[in-house]
Design a protein around this ligand. Sequence first.
Ligand code: SF4
Ligand code: SF4
Length: 205
Amino acid sequence: MRYPKLRELKEAITALIKGPYTTKFPKVPHIPFPRFRGKPVPDEKGCIGCGACAQVCPPQSIKVTDVITENPPMRYLRWRHDYCIFCGQCDRLCTTQEGVKLSNEFDLADTKRDNMFNEIKKELVLCSECGEIIAPKDQLMYTYKKLIAMAYSNINLIDFTQKEYLNNINAIVSDKSQLLRRQSSFELLCPKCRHVVWVFDDSGK
Ligand code: SF4
Ligand code: SF4
């Protein structure tokens, strides 16, 4: 008969006195460590709908769907938690750095399908000639605010911001000296239609 070694005996007695090493979750809530990577939570205000996060998501758990038949046309961005591997790429490489953040939430089991994803939607801007998607409205506005005076180099930005400006003067820029003044000269066009207008004198031939 083999007798237990002294070290094993000591560990058994210690475990009897101190209790098990494992946590008591779910009876006692688990508190994740500070840099824990849990459920990605998108932010409606911080996100501009550019879709860059979907391109860097390794398991393609971020789905971007454009619905141009809606009025207004919309882009839907959906984060699927059942596909997510919690790598944090969407958070790290977000264009605005405020569009999505990984939370501490790890207990994602649920019986309702609607609780398995987070979704936000963004209004799209279309080409006035062919209906091609140019970009979400918020993305154009974000680009404009980044470029300020240099936005004069892009006709779509001039046209879009002027129209938005006329709708809501205070929401666009706080510095009124930066306003653009050519709103009636141009239309919103995708690069292809802009090429046709400029090279073929608007006839498309
Ligand atoms: S702003 Fe950030 S979260 Fe929103 S679509 Fe772009 S990369 Fe994704
Ligand atoms: S954490 Fe990684 S896997 Fe999850 S949505 Fe973001 S990029 Fe995709």
